[in-house]
Design a protein around this ligand. Structure first.
Ligand SMILES: [Zn+2]
Length: 384
């Protein structure tokens, strides 16, 4: 990562560059910042800058052999330690080095703006909390005993250092106190009060402030969000880029689901045109698994809202505008003769999507089920 791809944080970045230019870089640094402030991306960009062989304009070049490796988070002198736990593939003695592939993938997917929960989910740790452990400490001590591999600096980044357990931190006391020559240790944490005092006392503190609304809005606009919406999201995100992304994705998903679910129901309501319906199925089957799950979940919501409308509880339907209108109009056709089956069919679809079912077949199958179920609901209405 280059400094230029970091969201905001200009003051901190300038401070780091000045420190480098004046030849005073602390050996052990603590980057303290809330989730979504970008402490990890700044640390990685700083590490890349330090080892870049062609620095210019106060940034790394992004092109030299060192930068190319850093851009992939895979430079031999860049060492990452982060919380791990047992997973389906690592059943005992978890430690960072066993999860480097997953770690690099996760960083790449998110441009290094990551969260602890997101990481646990990516790893598949279940409900287990992760730790930075004794084995991590031992491996690091071993690695640091070797000379710098190819870069000018060896950089060690500990992410979420509050998750370092006491055994690990005791083993690392000396290393943190006085790392070997040309070694920079960057500790990244969110909650100062949760850090072991031994860690606090051995590092130079850099505060990573939360992002300004302006920083977040500009980045969203850069990524294609419309201006007013970007500003609204920025206010809700409260300086947290990860939250901003989450809100923005939710809005996109809801819009997508709302438009397409309505279209689907319309096509299933009066299926004169099966070609159109099949075309729709093929289109929606092309979207990713998460999107399909969210689509079916939206469908469950539609069924749920229909039941509320039909039981004189429309005030509990949390929809507005067109969405509310649609759910009210459609509600009568989801009634006592088909609502359970509809619920079950959508739930089963989610179940099968999670197990990698063929989306095209699944959507066609479900469309035909819906055609039948809606017809049943319509007959029930007509017979009343
Ligand atoms: Zn470079």
């Amino acid at each position: 990562m280059q400094f230029k791809s970091i969201i905001g944080q200009k003051t901190l970045i300038n401070k780091l560059i000045t420190g480098y230019n004046e030849n005073r870089i602390a050996h052990t640094q603590l980057f303290l910042g809330n989730e979504g402030s970008g402490a990890l991306p700044v640390a990685i960009a700083f590490a890349q800058f330090l080892n870049c062989t062609n620095k210019r304009n106060n940034d790394s070049c992004g092109e030299c052999p060192s930068c190319v490796k850093f851009e992939k988070f895979a430079h031999p002198d860049l060492h990452f330690y982060f919380p791990t736990a047992t997973t389906r593939s690592v059943k005992k003695d978890p430690r960072s080095s066993l999860f480097l592939v997953e770690w690099r993938d996760y960083l790449t997917e998110n441009n290094a703006y990551i969260t602890l929960n997101g990481w646990y989910e990516h790893l598949g740790t279940g409900n287990k909390q992760g730790y930075i452990r004794k084995d991590d400490a031992n491996e690091l001590i071993g690695k640091l005993a070797l000379k710098a591999y190819e870069g000018e600096y060896k950089i060690v980044i500990f992410w979420m250092v509050e998750r370092m357990n006491e055994t690990a931190s005791n083993k690392l006391l000396k290393t943190l106190e006085e790392p070997p020559d040309s070694t920079i240790i960057i500790l990244i944490g969110e909650k100062y009060e949760q850090l072991l005092p031994t860690i606090r006392s051995r590092s130079q503190l850099f505060k990573v402030p939360k992002l300004s609304d302006n920083d977040i809005a500009s980045q969203l606009i850069k990524e294609g969000t419309e201006n007013t919406r970007a500003e609204d999201i920025a206010i809700l995100a409260n300086g947290n880029w990860n939250l901003a992304k989450e809100i923005s994705n939710d809005i996109e998903d809801t819009q997508f689901n709302c438009i397409n679910f309505r279209k689907w129901l319309r096509l299933c309501f009066q299926p004169k045109d099966y070609i159109e319906l099949l075309k729709f199925n093929q289109e929606i089957a092309k979207t990713g698994r998460e999107k399909q799950k969210s689509f079916f979940n939206y469908g469950l919501e539609v069924v749920h809202n229909a039941i509320l409308h039909n039981h004189n509880s429309s005030e509990k339907v949390k929809k507005a505008g067109e969405e509310l209108d649609f759910s009210r109009k459609f509600a009568p056709f989801i009634n006592e003769v088909n609502r359970v089956e509809m619920y079950t069919a959508l739930n089963q679809a989610i179940y099968h999507i999670e197990r990698n079912a063929h989306a095209g077949i699944l959507f066609s199958d479900l469309s035909f089920t819906l055609v039948d179920l809606i017809l049943k609901g319509r007959k029930n209405v007509a017979g009343k």
